[in-house]
Design a protein around this ligand. Structure first.
Ligand code: ADP
Ligand code: MG
Length: 466
């Protein structure tokens, strides 16, 4: 009896932990790394999880270990160690685990993948679907993105490979993925025989691990090496010391040798990709590196006009568009979001879109865009508040009196800037994005229970925002 209820509690905790982590790390990472884990039991404060391969085990341990522990401690303070080991192989295709949580019923990315890699599977299946809206003709060109746009068009139009690889980099929401899809669409249209494969770096890793798990690395290699154009989005997510990076490098070299086109994107230039091994990094910069800069007013206005035309119906006063272009200057995704929200709101409440309405409906976005707070500002304020040195923000010191303020600074960076987790990690002495994520969660939790910390944070926020 006792036995049963303990394992039920554990199963339900495991489900809660998975749900929390999924919300934090997103569907793709979740499916690649957390979903395949099994919960094997709890003995004396030691929780046992298992992963299907040695590699996966190492990866989960180094990238999500802290996260898993923290999430679990939130539910059961007794747990102080989370052990991740390699599980005994399951029969092919069977994922049933002793404590497998009930199926959440949510559609999962993995479900759309081929059930297994037969030697004859088609390379197209490995790629991700393309967004029909992301075309060249829906991309608005301005000074900040003209090089990336021109290079993308060139690559899409000419079968003879000139720039290899084409590496596009820039901040979040500035159109990298849009351009990638536009290239893929264009090539498919003008030459259906050319095999184009588009996928994210995370998806690449996922497929690779899966191939290893199913002992089918050969067909994985063949599938990737038989494409004519390989496009990998967000390569900053390839992580250090990992065999997927190695595998990517081999694929990359093989394709370059065969004069097949490669297109990559990242959130910074190849030379600044700290998590990527030096020899890989330098090769990434061999072709053409095109960066997308922050948008300027003209471009933002152009994008708004273009989106409005696409949306069809509503007329909006040019004054309102100018206002938006002026005030929402962080990135294109937010700008689009603002316009969508405004159109939806106006149509729901049946009010004309005026300056006043825009201010009212977009209050939070406008405020967020007004304060151009930098991570350095935050680090300085937090360091001063806790009386530590600025260098401690970057250092590897783990002493609590510096580690906690550092976590607070990471938390505030996530809250008060639009920087991505990897970007924040880099500003804190080159830490991994999962470290940042862990810090954010940790502070989030502590705020609930520690009044002093909650006050500190409120005060720091006020100082920083003023
Ligand atoms: P990234 O991959 O760089 O983070 P995305 O390509 O996902 O950014 O772009 C975010 C959103 O902004 C997408 O909906 C995209 O269509 C839109 N967008 C970005 N730049 C432009 C542009 N120059 N013209 C039109 N839409 C754009
Ligand atoms: Mg993108």
């Amino acid at each position: 009896m006792e036995q049963v209820s303990t394992s039920q509690i554990l199963a339900s905790q495991w489900q809660q932990v998975r749900t929390a982590i999924r919300a934090d790390i997103g569907e793709a990472s979740f499916n690649s790394w957390i979903k395949p884990l099994q919960c094997d039991g709890l003995r004396g404060g030691r929780l046992h999880l298992s992963a299907p391969t040695r590699f996966m085990c190492d990866w989960v341990r180094s990238h999500f270990g802290d996260h898993l522990r923290a999430a679990w401690q939130g539910l059961d303070a007794e747990i102080d160690i989370v052990d991740i080991i390699v599980s005994r192989p399951l029969p092919r295709g069977k994922n049933a685990a002793p404590l497998a949580p009930p199926d959440s019923g949510q559609p999962e990315a993995a479900a759309s993948q081929p059930a297994s890699f037969g030697a004859n599977f088609d390379g197209h299946d490995l790629g991700s679907p393309l967004d029909p809206r992301y075309r060249f003709d829906s991309f608005v060109v301005g000074k900040s993105n003209e090089l990336a746009y021109a290079a993308s068009q060139r690559v899409a139009e000419q079968p003879d490979v000139k720039f290899n690889p084409l590496f596009i980099h820039g901040g979040v929401g500035l159109g990298k993925t849009h351009l990638m899809h536009a290239i893929a669409w264009h090539i498919r249209e003008i030459d259906g025989a050319r095999k184009v494969m588009y996928l994210s770096a995370e998806k690449f890793m996922y497929h690779f691990i899966r191939a290893l798990r199913e002992r089918d690395a050969m067909s994985f290699k063949q599938a990737f090496r038989s494409v004519d154009v390989l496009m990998i989005d967000d390569v900053q997510f390839f992580s250090r010391k990992d065999s997927t990076q190695e595998e990517f490098f081999h694929t990359f070299n093989a394709l370059i040798d065969q004069k097949k086109q490669i297109v990559l994107t990242g959130d910074c230039s190849p030379s600044a990709l700290d998590d990527i091994e030096e020899r890989v990094r330098s090769r990434l910069g061999w072709g053409l590196v095109a960066d997308i800069h922050q948008t300027d007013f003209e471009l933002r206005l152009g994008i708004l006009e273009s989106k409005l035309r696409q949306a069809g119906s509503t007329q909006i006063d040019r004054k309102v568009l100018e206002f938006l272009a002026h005030r929402i200057n962080s990135n294109v995704r937010e700008l689009e979001g603002a316009l969508t929200r405004l159109l939806a709101y106006a149509s729901l409440v049946g009010r004309p879109i005026t300056l006043e309405l825009s201010q009212e409906v977009l209050q939070d976005l406008l405020r967020a865009n007004d304060r151009r707070i930098t991570i350095e500002d935050i680090q300085k304020r937090v360091a001063a508040h806790y009386n530590i040195r600025m260098t401690d923000m970057h250092s590897a010191r783990r002493a609590r009196n510096v580690a906690r303020p550092r976590q607070v600074a990471m938390y505030l960076s996530k809250q008060l800037t639009s920087r991505s987790l990897p970007e924040i990690g880099r500003k804190f002495g080159g830490r991994d994005h999962t470290t940042v994520m862990h810090a954010v969660r940790r502070i989030e939790e502590l705020r609930q229970t520690e009044a002093v910390l909650a006050e500190d944070i409120e005060m720091l926020k006020r100082i920083i925002e003023s």
